[in-house]
Design a protein around this ligand. Structure first.
Ligand code: ATP
Ligand code: MN
Length: 453
């Protein structure tokens, strides 16, 4: 829009300042970080209306867009008229000019998208989602939709939420003798059902028909871990590729992370500058660093050796066979390598049944991408494509092979090496924005004991 052009602008008043008969309104419509300064002189509006244009009010301003004489903005709107669309009683409107704590903003999640920080989070979240689709679509991957309701009760990814229409108290009506399995027969699906922890198994079915696919949607985990990096409901993007081994998988994951960082930087430099200034002054330099340097690569066995050699006191002393804890992951990526790394070939006992067994018979073709500040951001693997190896791994992990016969069919008919990974959208957002708590990068967080809004 050229200066001098008559325009209309609608949005919410962030702040208001009055000086010598002139009123300066900072108005934002959510489209970008920068507010529009609307300048109204005394006499343009009835006193009674002017008095009600306060922080939080929604207005429509008409006037000329002119070059701003003051620093802070290139242009401003000289208002010739303002319509008050919805007022916000300053005695009650909870968002005021002073900075609010993240904890307080969480309590008013229905209004927090109007704060600078959360508005920026939402725009970066949108740009990131766009980047994800762009990356895969440009490479010929097909976007698939995997179900959220599932009967697979053990995908090895975490505790699940049970879904049922049975009455809350006691067994179904007319029969109080049945045990819980029998109860399930009366349930909606005729067997136990859950919210999915991952779309991977279904994505594998489609990859073995369509080639390269990705699913991108909500995921649920009932793990009772109240940490700053776990949600009960989060979004995950999961590509799955036929004719693909672990090396191809790692290469794709690295290319993917670099692409989405660059893309979001290109789209939302304004919001990222804000995060860099107000939340964490190292993020932009770190993101540049990620895009330039090749990721480090290390096997799990090497990682354990490094951890044991490290001169430090661990809460969980590392030993071969134990899962890597957050403190271990962060040491490896933040201090040893000082950049993102990919850890591969974990012991089979600590990974899911579907990962491909290595020739050593002890480790599987798993990979985790670890990044500074966050730890694990991507988890992936080459899948076990051999029928015998897969079915014995399932038996070893105590799975009901019968109920997974559809999954084994993929190995019976036209099996092929294939691989994939899962990226947690919110972990990626924490990485991009420097936000320290995962509850502050999703509009309405669900965590143990908390399901407001
Ligand atoms: P972690 O060890 O960090 O709990 P995980 O090994 O259980 O993660 P995966 O099953 O590998 O995670 O899931 C793939 C990705 O999904 C992870 O790399 C992470 O980015 C994300 N993720 C997993 N669990 C959660 C959660 N509860 N909340 C948010 N993101 C998650
Ligand atoms: Mn993992």
């Amino acid at each position: 829009m050229k200066p001098g052009a008559g325009i209309n602008a609608r949005g919410w008043v962030k702040t208001r300042r009055d000086s010598k008969g002139i009123h300066f309104l900072q108005v934002n419509d959510g489209s970008c970080f920068q507010d529009l300064q609307v300048v109204v002189e005394d006499g343009v509006l009835p006193e009674e209306i002017l008095a009600r244009i306060t922080t939080g009010a929604c207005i429509k301003a008409a006037g000329d867009l002119i070059e701003s004489p003051a620093a802070g903005q290139a242009v401003e709107l000289r208002a010739s008229d303002i319509i008050l669309i919805g007022d916000a009683d300053p005695a009650f409107y909870p968002l005021q000019k002073k900075g609010h704590s993240m904890e307080f903003l969480r309590e008013i999640a229905h209004l927090r998208a109007r704060s600078n920080t959360f508005g920026a989070v939402c725009r970066v979240r949108n740009a990131l989602s766009d980047a994800i689709h762009r990356f895969f679509q440009d490479r010929g991957f097909q976007y698939i939709h995997t179900p959220l309701l599932t009967a697979s009760d053990c995908e090895g990814a975490g505790a699940m939420f049970r879904v049922t229409t049975l009455p809350l108290n006691g067994p179904p009506p007319n029969d109080d003798s049945k045990g819980s399995d029998a109860d399930s027969a009366e349930d909606f699906f005729g067997k136990p059902a859950y919210l999915t922890v991952s779309g991977q198994l279904e994505a594998e079915c489609l990859a073995l028909a369509l080639g390269n696919v990705y699913t991108f949607g909500p995921t649920f985990r009932a793990e009772n871990s109240n940490t700053p990096r776990h949600l009960a409901e989060f979004w995950m993007v999961e590509p799955e590729m036929a004719f693909c081994d672990l090396d191809d998988d790692m290469e794709l994951a690295e290319e993917f992370l670099k692409f989405i960082i660059r893309y979001v930087r290109g789209r939302r430099e304004d919001d990222l500058q804000f995060f860099n200034k107000r939340i964490d002054s190292t993020i932009l330099a770190n993101l540049d660093n990620v895009c330039e340097a090749p990721f480090g690569k290390i096997t799990y066995t090497e990682a354990i050796e490094w951890l044991q050699k490290a001169d430090r006191k661990w809460d969980y002393p590392p030993f071969w066979g134990a899962d890597l804890q957050s403190e271990h992951e962060r040491y490896l990526t933040e201090e040893l390598f000082k950049k993102p790394i990919i850890v591969t070939d974990y012991p089979k006992e600590i990974k899911a049944f579907y990962m491909r067994l290595n020739d050593d018979g002890k480790t599987v073709r798993a990979m985790d991408v670890l990044v500074p500040r966050i730890g694990e951001i991507i988890g992936g693997s080459q899948r076990e494509e051999r029928f015998n190896e897969l079915s014995s791994a399932m038996r070893l992990q105590g799975l009901d092979v019968e109920s997974y016969s559809w999954y084994l069919d993929l190995r019976r008919y036209g099996s092929v090496p294939h691989a994939g990974f899962g990226l947690g959208l919110e972990r990626m957002l924490m990485y991009l924005t420097g936000m320290k708590n995962i509850r502050d990068v999703i509009p309405f967080p669900r965590t143990p004991g908390s399901i407001e809004f």
